[in-house]
Design a protein around this ligand. Structure first.
Ligand code: AMP
Length: 562
């Protein structure tokens, strides 16, 4: 432990301060002062504290996870405080969340433990890391023991935030955006520089440390590294293919495959696959690793593509791919049943970073390094289109729909790869009507035969401060099986019940189609949806990726134009 190791109560003070205001600028200032202070008195802990300020223990891309569910946590709380699990559950229901409930329960405990050992940030962090390292036999029991030991030294305020951190729901209203701003303020470096370093490394702990120690120069030197996923470059909707092509000068037009986007990293002999949420799915799809090994000769590289499920050369429903990606067992059998094809479309690193090179050169490089394995590993189909030959884009679009794909992408040949940004230099043109990705924040139980099922879900989108704003209730589109599954998924997320209505921790994301956007004072966003229908449950994106109030505003404006 370093000499000036900070106490966890300092972090508690920070969380309380952040929680006391809803204003983003104030939050940024509070966080920035705190990071500066940590940098001055305990610089070694800066990376850890930076992550903890977001309620995280590991960077987003890390494979490590605590693996503690709310049941186990409640058990630990019960043991420490000396009450039954049911009492803990009741308190959670009354208080609305596990943190507030722990604080209440721990107040009772304090009187009996006068000589409590004070918790340092190091101690909390190390114990949580230890929990993540546990696997194999009796792992739940071992996790419980560490948790119990840790919590037994906690004050009520500390317990509030430790328990929330364990469940990864800190709820002090700080997102990555606020933290980026705070790092920029604390260490006096431009926000754009911090942003870029963040997008490339996905490790805000490292970014904060580098900003403090080496300033802009150090941050500029941070770059992507095979093995560490980069946030994916995202596409905007094309306002119309002719317009997009004109805007780009000319465009590279590609088939848009409807599967799951993967970033594939090779570092030495290690090959890892990451999803858009930066989840590592390598073990679930071993054949893709084999294809990559066969098709691209060994080097350190990062390539990107889309994995789809094909039967007899034809793409089949997107839902199958989730069965593959989520599976931990019987992978060999599923390999036969649900065969995958990878379509590669970009290269971000090949012996050196290539992401700043124009897309047309990256594509050329991709063609040079990839040897196609028909039906298994292919390159995305691509044609060059100019404003004069824009019909070629229409042809590819029609062909793509006929073959069962989703539409086309139009890409600016001169654009660099911009991680994490949804720009105009790569646009999509889909056949299906637009849908919105929304997060479930509440629901209403049904009546009669459906009294134990949540039949209607309250959905929200995010505003520019990443605050959730309600938009609509959705009740249709789900078959009975999915409805049941969704109800089950919802249950552990419920924080409050009033009559048939419930409030839920935002976690489940639904893709929703609708007939029209209308203005509505009933919902916090100021808008609502007519005839919303659930298309599917989206487990491939995170809350950060849900749609925005801004997008709904612009869709509303566009609808009025048609
Ligand atoms: P959307 O998910 O509707 O925002 O569309 C963007 C997604 O299309 C990307 O994130 C990729 O997963 C996927 N995609 C499919 N084919 C391509 C392609 N040829 N180039 C780029 N992205 C593609």
């Amino acid at each position: 432990m370093s000499k000036s190791a900070m106490m966890y109560e300092k972090l508690v003070e920070l969380y309380d301060a952040l929680d006391s205001t809803t204003k983003r600028l104030e939050k940024t200032a509070i966080l920035s002062d705190f990071l500066k202070m940590v940098g001055d008195i305990d610089p070694e802990n800066l990376p850890v504290v930076t992550l903890l300020s977001l309620g995280r223990i590991f960077p987003t891309w890390s494979e490590e996870e605590l693996g503690i569910g709310s049941k186990l946590l409640m058990k630990a709380i019960g043991l420490v405080v000396g009450v039954t699990e049911e009492e803990v559950e009741d308190q959670v229901r009354d208080s609305g969340d596990i943190g507030a409930a722990s604080q209440e329960l721990f107040k009772r405990k304090v009187q009996s433990t006068l000589f409590m050992q004070h918790l340092s940030i190091d101690k909390v962090h190390q114990n949580l890391v230890k929990i993540a390292d546990i696997s194999g036999g009796r792992s739940q029991y071992k996790k419980l023991e560490i948790l119990r030991e840790l919590l037994s030294s906690a004050s009520p305020e500390e317990a509030k935030y430790i328990t929330r951190t364990v469940l990864e729901e800190l709820r002090v209203g700080v997102g990555e955006g606020t933290l980026v701003d705070a790092i920029s303020q604390a260490f006096n470096v431009p926000k754009e520089t911090v942003d870029r370093a963040h997008m490339l490394t996905n490790d805000l702990g490292l970014v904060a440390k580098t900003a403090r120690e080496e300033g802009v120069e150090g941050l500029d030197k941070l770059t992507l590294k095979p093995g560490k996923p980069v946030k994916h470059m995202l596409a905007q909707l094309s306002p119309g293919y002719k317009e997009s092509i004109k805007e780009m000068g000319y465009a590279l037009c590609e088939t848009k495959y409807d599967g799951i986007r993967v970033q594939i990293h090779r570092e030495g002999d290690d090959i890892n696959l990451f999803t858009r949420r930066l989840e590592n799915i390598s073990n679930a799809v071993p054949e893709i690793t084999e294809y990559i090994k066969k098709s691209i000769k060994p080097a350190n590289f990062i390539v990107e593509g889309e994995i789809i499920v094909t039967k007899d050369g034809k793409p089949i429903s997107f839902q199958y791919i989730l069965q593959r990606v989520r599976r931990k067992y019987e992978i060999d059998r599923l390999r036969e049943e649900i065969p995958l094809t990878l379509y590669l479309f970009d290269v971000l690193y090949y012996e050196k970073p290539t992401l700043d090179e124009p897309f047309k050169d990256r594509r050329k490089l991709l063609e040079e390094i990839v040897e196609v394995i028909p039906g298994k590993l292919e390159l995305s189909k691509q044609v060059k289109v100019t404003p004069e030959t824009s019909d070629l884009a229409l042809n590819l679009f029609n062909e793509s729909i006929e073959e069962g794909h989703e539409g086309v992408m139009l890409k600016d040949p001169n654009a660099p790869y911009t991680p994490g940004l949804r720009g105009k230099r790569m646009v999509k043109w889909k056949a299906t009507p637009e849908t919105l990705d929304l997060v479930v924040v509440g629901g209403t139980y049904g009546k009669g035969r459906r009294a134990n099922l949540i039949g209607s879900f309250l959905l929200a989108l995010q505003d520019e401060n990443k605050e959730l704003k309600t938009l609509a209730h959705v009740a249709t589109g789900l078959d009975d099986k999915t409805l049941l599954e969704l109800s089950k998924m919802s249950e552990p997320l419920i924080t409050r019940k009033v009559g048939r209505k419930v409030e839920m921790v935002p976690s489940i994301i639904l893709e929703v189609a609708f007939s029209e956007i209308v203005k509505s004072p009933e919902y916090e966003s100021g808008y609502s949806l007519r005839f919303p229908v659930v298309k599917r449950i989206r487990t491939d994106i995170s809350i950060d990726d849900i749609d925005t109030v801004e997008r709904v505003e612009s869709m509303f404006a566009n609808m009025k134009l048609i």
